[in-house]
Design a protein around this ligand. Structure first.
Ligand SMILES: Nc1ncnc2c1ncn2[C@@H]1O[C@H](COP(=O)(O)OP(=O)(O)OP(=O)(O)O)[C@@H](O)[C@H]1O
Ligand SMILES: [Mg+2]
Length: 819
């Protein structure tokens, strides 16, 4: 049936020609292209059969729109004349034909509708002007097409060769248009373009577009592929890891960890509520993947829970004799304090309960508060833990942050108990007097909950959010002063006062406790070094000035360090190295405290007062000076309100009694007085400096220095009486330390003298006074300037014009503000 169409046969087409029309659906056949077609419609089958048995020529025209039996209006006007090369009958009655396009044709006029469409056609030849442009476009299309063939999977590689061999631009366009999968409309448009140059342009733009789409497509494809491969790789590796772990019998690493935690908790015998919470958290942990942040949070929480000593306690040793022995081993003297501690323990022993009031040691620094706490722990056989709340202003510091905060952890109470590894340690809370308050909440109220035996059985830390039993802890607080401890806290405490040490006591402590302790700390023995008693006293007297023994211990360490070096370097030949006064001075350098009182009080206008502060007793110098003015008073040196009022009272009294005191009454009319207390950084307050300030002013007006060996303390009234004050013991010790010989005290304080150490009573002379003129009598070398009793004040004052005393702070007049 095959019959090759020869060139001549093609030329037989003579236009205009009458040709049967085969409507094409969804395809366009181009000249020179060979295309297979399937014929199903009865009308078309008849047409094909007629054509095959005749000339074999027909017109192929594409249908514009889908129609059952397309009429002339449904067809494009331009199509292709073609020849049927081959026809196959398919068993279902349809036909397959192979057609080859010959020429582009246009419908001139329809000739006949039945049994199929027949029309008269004219040829529609290409319009081509040879030019460089066309040549360039042609090559461009060739190149683009070659690239497209490389990319597009449905185009066979052989097309490359075909395309390279087509030189005619029109034929090239036909080849491209017929092989690419384009939309039918696009193909039809290409077929209808008569101008070859325009056709080339259109084809190259289509090729470019296709290239872009394909390149993008392949890029996406390769990305997708890559990603899939990565995922698969990871999955594969994980599977392998799992297999390896299983092979090694390790199972899932996370699960193993969780299991280990679970067994650790199980061994701990937790309180019920805690156990419940632990179970809940553990099962949450199992569900959340280990890479999730939440996993870490839960894990940390559980780590905290597992590290707490939930049910661990140590057995108490309530043997009082043993306790006494331990306290004596660790501390020199402190008889009364030890008695109090033992009483406290005795009561606890009888009650079989160590809760009850909290012990609170109050006293100057370095008197052994902390170390007493340690001793108590040792005596009871309990663990010792210490936490300082000095400077704590944030409640969360004590009680922790809620778990929702990043980096949250339990408060210091829970942390300390974890470190103590016991539910019943001796917990020393240091510096309870230095706790602050600010906007972050009140730590004192948290402390109250901690210390209150009624509440601390169910102490709740914000982080743990579980009740924690603090009732078995033996709390001991320490403070330097009671003044700043919030009163609800103070109410729950059993306060034990520790006072400063006398020189003899310090000597005893140094000899029996500090020296041996430091010797050991420096790797020395008693045989290697001996510090003479005189040298030891020298350290106490000239190189330290303190209520406690902390600096004494430091200076001793200084000495032993130097000794250790000499011994280690082999510079000493003696078997025992002796530290005497000379050697000590050369090691410790010039004395630090010496003759201060003498130096300071050598000029008129300076009086030595005795004060009681948080660091123990101390001497303070009250300085008065004058300049031309009108009797006003300026006060500086960080004095509190009470002390300022006291200063004014002192001035008023001196001024009112100038004449009797042998002072020049007119003096005040021409002078302003400035009263200053150096050591301005330390806030000072209280009425007990009244007589000291009066003495300083009197000394200034008289132009006569106060005796260098006298110190004083006492409140002054406007009537010139001297009222009793507190802190006698600390003040007396301070006077002794400063090297004073006489101390002027209010007579009403006489009973306090009985409490003083014998040594202090021996070294100091106490002058007891009722009134200010007695003070002056004692202060100015026993050469009183006025012995007469003061005139009743009322009369005297009425006679005097009232003093213009500038109150620097409250009235804000002429005086400069306080520092
Ligand atoms: N009576 C004493 N016997 C033996 N050693 C003592 C005595 N008093 C204090 N010490 C020693 O002095 C040193 C300082 O004491 P500690 O640290 O207990 O002072 P503190 O009262 O707690 O002071 P702070 O208020 O500054 O905390 C310790 O080495 C302590 O052992
Ligand atoms: Mg301490």
């Amino acid at each position: 049936m095959t019959e090759v169409i020869t060139e001549e046969r093609q030329d037989e087409l003579i236009f205009p020609a009458t040709l049967p029309v085969l409507p094409l659906k969804d395809t366009v056949v181009f000249p020179e292209s060979v295309t297979p077609l399937a014929i199903g419609q009865e009308r078309s089958i008849k047409l094909v059969e007629d054509v095959v048995s005749g000339e074999r020529l027909l017109a192929l025209v594409t249908v514009k729109e889908e129609a059952e039996e397309p009429g002339w209006d449904d067809l494009y006007r331009i199509g292709t004349a073609a020849v049927i090369h081959k026809m196959i009958k398919v068993p279902d009655g349809t036909l397959r034909i192979l057609v080859q396009g010959l020429r582009r044709i246009g419908l001139d006029r329809p000739a006949q509708d039945d049994p199929y469409l027949i029309g008269e056609f004219v040829e529609m030849p290409d319009e081509l002007e040879e030019s460089r442009e066309v040549e360039a476009l042609t090559r461009n299309v060739q190149n683009l097409f070659a690239r497209v063939i490389g990319l597009v999977p449905y185009l066979p590689e052989e097309l490359q060769i075909a395309a390279a061999n087509v030189e005619d631009p029109s034929a090239l366009c036909n080849l491209v248009a017929s092989t690419l999968r384009l939309k039918t409309v696009e193909k039809q448009t290409l077929l209808e373009l008569m101008d070859v140059e325009a056709r080339l342009r259109e084809v190259s733009s289509i090729l470019n577009r296709e290239l872009e789409v394909f390149e993008l497509g392949s890029k996406i494809q390769s990305q997708v592929q890559e990603e899939m491969e990565k995922g698969q790789r990871e999955f594969f590796l994980r599977q392998q890891l799992k297999a390896i772990q299983e092979e090694l019998g390790e199972g899932d690493a996370d699960q193993a960890e969780i299991n280990e935690l679970r067994t650790r908790f199980a061994e701990m015998d937790l309180p019920e509520e805690v156990q419940k919470s632990v179970d809940r958290e553990l099962s949450r942990l199992e569900k959340i993947p280990s890479a999730a942040a939440e996993h870490g949070v839960i894990r940390t929480y559980l780590d905290w829970l597992v590290s707490l000593p939930w049910n661990k306690t140590s057995d108490d040793n309530l043997d009082l004799q043993h306790a006494r022995q331990v306290l004596d081993e660790d501390h020199f003297d402190l008889e009364k304090v030890k008695e109090r501690i033992l009483e406290h323990l005795a009561v606890s022993k009888l009650k079989n309960d160590l809760s009850g009031p909290i012990l609170c040691f109050v006293g100057p620094p370095g008197v052994g508060k902390t170390s007493l706490g340690q001793s108590i722990a040792r005596a009871l056989g309990r663990k010792f833990a210490r936490l300082s709340v000095g400077g704590v202003r944030d409640e969360a510091e004590i009680r922790g942050h809620r778990r929702t905060y990043i980096g949250a952890m339990p408060g210091t109470i829970i942390r300390t108990l974890r470190d103590a590894e016991s539910m019943n340690p001796v917990l020393l809370i240091d510096e309870i007097d230095k706790m602050g308050t600010d906007f972050r909440g009140d730590p004192a109220s948290a402390m109250l909950e901690v210390l209150d035996p009624e509440q601390n059985k169910h102490f709740r830390d914000h982080y743990l959010d579980l009740p924690f039993d603090l009732s078995k802890v033996l709390f001991i607080c320490t403070a330097n002063t009671l003044d700043t401890i919030p009163s609800p806290l103070l109410d729950r405490m059993d306060v034990i006062q520790l006072s400063g040490y006398t020189e003899d006591e310090k000597f005893g402590i140094a000899k029996r406790y500090l020296a041996p302790k430091q010797l050991e700390a420096h790797g020395l023995t008693r045989e290697q070094i001996a510090i003479s008693d005189k040298a030891l006293r020298l350290i106490i007297r000239e190189y330290t000035r303190e209520a406690g023994v902390r600096n004494l211990e430091r200076r001793l360490a200084d000495v032993l360090r130097k000794a250790a070096r000499q011994i280690a370097e082999g510079k000493t030949r003696a078997k025992t190295m002796r530290v005497d006064e000379r050697r000590l001075r050369s090691w410790l350098g010039p004395r630090r405290f010496e003759g201060e009182v003498r130096k300071r009080t050598s000029d008129p206008g300076v009086a030595t007062g005795l004060a009681f502060t948080a660091v123990g007793g101390d001497v303070l110098f009250f300085e008065a000076t004058a300049y031309p003015g009108k009797g006003r008073l300026t006060i500086t040196g960080q004095l509190g309100d009470v002390m300022q009022e006291s200063a004014q009272a002192a001035l008023s009294w001196v001024r009112a009694h100038a004449q009797q005191l042998g002072l020049d009454p007119d003096w005040f009319r021409d002078h302003d007085v400035h009263l200053h207390v150096p050591a301005g950084a330390v806030p000072k307050d209280g009425p007990s400096a009244g007589i000291t300030m009066a003495t300083a002013i009197a000394s200034l007006v008289r132009g006569e220095p106060v005796s260098e060996d006298v110190g004083m303390t006492g409140e002054i009234t406007l009537t010139g009486q001297v009222l009793p004050i507190g802190g006698i013991r600390e003040k007396a010790l301070a006077a002794q330390r400063a090297g004073l010989k006489r101390v002027i005290l209010p007579r009403d304080n006489e009973p306090d003298l009985a409490e003083l150490p014998t040594e202090t009573k021996r070294e100091l002379e106490f002058v007891l006074v009722d009134s200010i003129d007695e003070v002056f009598a004692a202060a100015f070398d026993g050469r009183p300037s006025a012995r007469s009793k003061p005139v009743p004040v009322k009369e005297k004052q009425a006679a005097q014009p009232s003093l213009k005393v500038a109150r620097s702070r409250s009235q804000g007049s002429v005086s400069p503000p306080l520092a």
